[in-house]
Design a protein around this ligand. Sequence first.
Ligand SMILES: *Cc1c(COP(=O)(O)O)cnc(C)c1O
Length: 377
Amino acid sequence: MTGFTTNAIHAVSNNEYEAIMPPIHLATTFGQPTDGTAGPYEYQRGGSPTRSDLEQALATIEDAKHAFAYPSGMGASAAAMGILNSGENLILGMPSYGGNYRFATVELPKRGVGVRFVGDFSTLSDDDFADNVKMVFWESPTNPTLQVSDIAQIAEIAHRNGALLVVDNTFMTPYLQRPLDLGADITVQSATKYLGGHGDLLAGVAATNNDELATELWRAQLINGSVLSPIDSYRLLQNIKTLALRLDRQQENAQKIIEFLQDHPKVQQVLYAGGASDEQAEIQARQARGNGAVFSIKLIDTANIKAFLDALTIFDFAVSLGGIESLICLPATMTQEAYTQEHLDEFGVDANLIRLAIGIEDAEDLIANLDQALAAA
Ligand SMILES: *Cc1c(COP(=O)(O)O)cnc(C)c1O
């Protein structure tokens, strides 16, 4: 079996003119046989060659039978949650990404779908499913508290109760973690983050091994019109080829920075995947290849957060993650702004929690930049 990057680079071949890279097909419509049989493509919303190339490559790196490309990560999340019918309920793992929370709290009620919020997988029991729960939507690690959950165990509880498990795998990517192999029914991710990786492409992916679920995910493209354009499909196809290289460097940088921050007198706490306890470390080590490159910190009470942020020159103060550039944000008022105050409090998205997403810059520069900003805090 060939490795992740070999697969990512060679998933799509196109030998027309001996071209090393596949072409970009921009056509919106395709000539069809007049005898009533189906051609390979009809109309771009339903499917097109360049999107197919991308989806084939995405399925290859996910080790999935089917993958679908959407114009944003939320397009993928909406396609997955959109499978639920009126009268059914969803369990949302908390804290969830703010956009997933918004979809679950604003859009699902309009469709007659109810939501139950669960903050700790180890408390998940059969009783939670009593009320016609048909889907569990979970992230591991969570955003921005970096709590890790045992995906195989959640899958088992969900399946035992007749519910699907959808895992938002944005923070880990299929390079570090394969939820489908651990029993999840669908994975979704924001390709805007690590897969795209350069802060200039909005896209999303959903993948599954189940043919019926694949039909539903495809319908979300065809019926909702939620499709990635050929040019963006091509750009994402190129960017996933360097995913492993970028993530290796990002993880290596993050590890060095975490070690630096853990010893710093102005830092009260560092929250990273697997860092909270031996049990969390064991789960993360078992189900993922590394801890990723996003983590959060709390400064000591006397530190001035604004002065710290203002003194940073390499880190941009902005939402998002997974790009080659390092970013820093305050989740409570930025990525999780849709949360009620009760949910911010209940699930640990504290106002003083600072989230860092580490890029591929030189680690010593990032550390020096944080060091002088902590001095100014
Ligand atoms: C960013 C993000 C999304 C949404 O993706 P978009 O591409 O911004 O629509 C979903 N889940 C997680 C965990 C994210 O970080």
